[in-house]
Design a protein around this ligand. Structure first.
Ligand code: HEM
Length: 285
């Protein structure tokens, strides 16, 4: 499927679903070597679908495993709330403002929160490639978002340098710690490179993403930087369910956070045939 596109004040809009020859999404095929064509074919048509399937199956599998895990003990980190609204409030403060981290390490909290806010802003702005019509708040956010994007490497580099310079942290760091950071840094670097000097036809990008979404992919924009950025994002998507980035979902299953402080309450084991009075020395009739 081809779309006619227009680019106005940071917003990308589709006018009519008709072919617009002005935007040659695929570049000049004749100039490409066989290897180049194979790579473009793989990155453009195969990788995105493999990535989305691995991501969805992997993430659902992880969530399913957590949901099925037995939690036989009451182990909330105290002081813990007694009520369900209290637990929801506590969880919200963990997810939105990283409350425990704030108490534990202020500098890491600052780096962490700066990173997550900037990332959220960048991802919000990227929605313009996936949505039509582009919601007004994403169009408005587009004016402010670049500042967050330029700042994004700062907290990422802070997290990397912190790991490299703290001896104890370096000692316990493994690939599971380095890989997400390096992947994110490369994605951000290639994204910013497209912003500055390796400009890419954003209309062709939107054309390509929308065509992927309707399962009728058109050739990806013929830009090495875009293909690099896109492949790295797809690799991140594949790696995500098996990485520590899954803390995004895992926190909701953490018994130390999602339990009420009701450990004095008596829970009757449904498999236990004997009533409690009997177990405590009562007579069996
Ligand atoms: C399928 C997913 C993605 C596509 C198609 C995509 C595409 C693009 C494009 C075309 C640009 C250049 C924008 C411009 O020149 O104005 C860009 C920039 C950028 N991308 Fe992505 N990207 C994707 C996912 C991501 C992800 C997951 C991240 C972060 C982890 C990311 C981080 C960035 C950054 C930091 C920039 C530079 C600032 C900006 O324009 O917002 N991208 N991306």
């Amino acid at each position: 499927m081809k779309w006619e596109l227009t680019h106005r004040a940071g917003e990308i809009k589709i006018l009519n679903p008709v072919l617009l020859e002005r935007y040659d999404c695929g570049g000049n095929d004749d100039d490409m070597t066989l290897i180049g064509r194979l790579i473009t074919y793989f990155v453009g048509y195969v990788l995105p679908y493999v990535a989305i399937v691995v991501f969805l199956c992997g993430a659902l599998w992880r969530i399913w495993t957590w949901a099925r895990s037995a939690v036989p003990l009451r182990i909330p980190t105290t002081p813990a709330p007694d009520t369900v609204p209290g637990v929801i409030g506590r969880m919200a403060s963990e997810v939105l403002i990283f409350r425990s981290l704030f108490k534990g390490d202020r500098l890491l909290w600052l780096g962490g929160i700066a990173f997550h806010i900037c990332l959220l802003s960048v991802l919000l702005r990227h929605l313009r490639y996936f949505l039509y019509p582009v919601p007004w708040f994403i169009v408005c956010w587009g004016d402010i978002a670049p500042y967050f994007a330029y700042f994004l490497p700062v907290p990422l580099l802070f997290l990397l340098i912190r790991r490299l310079t703290n001896e104890r942290l370096l000692y316990i760091s493994g690939w599971a710690d380095w890989l997400p950071l390096l992947l994110l840094l490369s994605i951000v670097a290639s994204g910013l490179a497209m912003n500055y000097y390796a400009r890419v036809d954003l209309l062709a990008v939107k054309d390509y993403i929308l065509s992927l979404m309707v399962l009728k992919p058109v050739p990806p924009p013929a830009s090495a930087m875009f293909l690099t950025h896109f492949s790295l994002v797809m690799l991140l998507l594949i790696y995500l369910p098996f990485s520590k980035i899954m803390h995004l979902a895992g926190i909701f299953f953490s018994p130390t956070r999602n339990q009420r402080n009701n450990w004095r309450q008596v829970f009757v084991n449904p498999w236990d045939a004997q009533p409690r009075s009997v177990r405590q020395g009562g007579e069996v009739k």
